[in-house]
Design a protein around this ligand. Structure first.
Ligand SMILES: Nc1ncnc2c1ncn2[C@@H]1O[C@H](COP(=O)(O)OP(=O)(O)OP(=O)(O)O)[C@@H](O)[C@H]1O
Length: 410
């Protein structure tokens, strides 16, 4: 390596970040201090009231929290249980908590292993919890023994509980005390879900013990989103974000059902884009670009595991919707576009009916919407009309990240 390139690297390493002083404040995993949590006082005290008995070793009340994505459900659950753990310690109560992300830990056995390992202290119990090799029942036995040996009370947060593949674990955990599995330790569950309909899949007995308390977290309005961001402004150097940045990011996130995650993502990405541009200031244009990038990322993620045929059907709809006033298109209109597209892509063409099935699946994933009404033209019966839930350009860019689609327009 030449001396010249080494010295240019040195100057990069030595330089200070021109935009951020403390970027971690904008990380999604970051749990902010109490004074940075905005607009959730009622939700915090409601949950705390249910957890309260645990401070002195009593059984916390099981709770289900519902609400759309980015409404602070995980944050409030973590904050309240963390604070309870600290307070209980002062009172001499052995309170422990565990957090399970059910999108990652999806089977009954995985959940039990994770809980047993997180509540265990092998030096104090002599109980080992291997990562594999035991039956699910044997893992349960170890979990109950660990809980009785080490803890007066435990609180288990089950985040995105609708992603659990097996509900038996909910039955076991919520009824462990009554069923005589535990001698002294008390168990409280805080279950979190984006979907109210998740209850439909539960056994009556599990449901009645899980939903001793039930809350719905409302979306944030633009004022609250502004405040949430203002309370993280010290992630940036003073004076670096121009005046319009936070209001604009708040307005974008408010359009998206008041999602705080989205607001903070836009703010962080706008800072990154400003840095990449070599700009000393974060400007309105960076916020606009960050928003578009956030939408593309979200859509790419939604679509990444979808089969090519499903992407082709959605892409056909996006081509129709692009640059037109008309927003909804009938199955027939989309199918004509889809057939041309499959020729360009050199892939098989499904029947109209099977293509429509693919579109219907995408509605389930929140990629598009469907209305059914009388079709255009005379003598038409009821037919489905489809519309995109995102700007067609964003949808196209997201799908074009799949190599097969990258050359369609050229
Ligand atoms: N009231 C709030 N004050 C400050 N920051 C917040 C607030 N609500 C949410 N946030 C921040 O927004 C991000 C998303 O919040 P959180 O993960 O709690 O949402 P959620 O409702 O659990 O969403 P999901 O259902 O997608 O998991 C986190 O970074 C969190 O710190």
């Amino acid at each position: 390596m030449s001396d010249e390139s080494q010295s240019s690297l040195d100057s990069i390493w030595q330089s200070e970040d021109p935009i951020f002083t403390n970027k971690e404040l904008l990380d999604i995993e970051h749990i902010p201090d109490e004074e940075r949590i905005i607009g959730r006082d009622d939700e915090i005290s409601n949950l705390a009231n249910g957890v309260h008995p645990a401070i002195r070793g009593g059984k916390p009340r099981n709770t289900i929290i519902y609400g759309k994505t980015g409404t602070g459900k995980s944050l409030v659950a973590k904050h309240v249980t963390q604070s309870a753990e600290r307070f209980a310690q002062k009172e001499g109560t052995h309170l422990a908590r565990a957090y399970i992300d059910c999108t990652q830990t999806t089977t009954e056995t995985q959940v039990v292993i994770k809980l047993a390992r997180s509540f265990n202290d092998p030096e104090k119990t002599d109980i080992s919890v291997p990562l594999s090799g035991l039956s699910t029942n044997a893992y349960y036995d170890r979990l109950w023994n660990i809980l009785d040996a080490l803890h007066d009370v435990v609180i288990i947060i089950l985040d995105e509980i609708d992603k659990l593949q097996e509900n038996n674990v909910l039955m076991q955990l919520s009824r462990a005390g009554e069923a005589g599995k535990l001698e002294s330790c008390k168990v409280g569950i805080v279950a979190i879900s984006n979907k109210i309909s998740f209850k439909d899949s539960l056994d009556e007995r599990v449901l009645s013990s899980l939903q001793e308390r039930e809350f719905i977290f409302p979306p944030y309005d633009a004022n609250q989103l502004r405040e949430i961001m203002r309370h993280r402004e010290d992630a940036f150097h003073e004076g670096v974000i121009s005046d319009e940045v936070i209001p604009l990011a708040a307005a974008f996130a408010a359009q998206e059902h008041g999602d705080a995650r989205k607001a903070l993502d836009i703010l962080r990405n706008a800072g990154e884009l400003a840095k990449d541009d070599g700009s000393d200031l974060v400007l309105e244009e960076h916020v606009r670009d960050a928003r578009e990038q956030a939408d593309i990322d979200r859509f790419s993620k939604l679509l990444q595991d979808q089969p090519t045929q499903s992407k082709a059907a959605v892409y056909a709809l996006s081509l129709l919707a692009d640059g037109q006033k008309q927003e909804e298109f009938s199955t027939r209109e989309i199918y004509e576009q889809y057939e041309q597209l499959t020729k360009t892509l050199d892939i098989d063409s499904l029947s109209q009916r099977r293509m429509a099935d693919r579109l219907n699946e995408q509605a389930f994933l929140d990629i598009l919407g469907i209305t059914d009404r009388v079709g255009r033209g005379r003598g038409k019966g009821m037919t489905n009309f489809y519309y995109l839930l995102e700007d067609p350009k964003v949808v196209q860019t997201a799908i074009e990240s799949d190599q097969r689609f990258s050359d369609v327009k050229s």
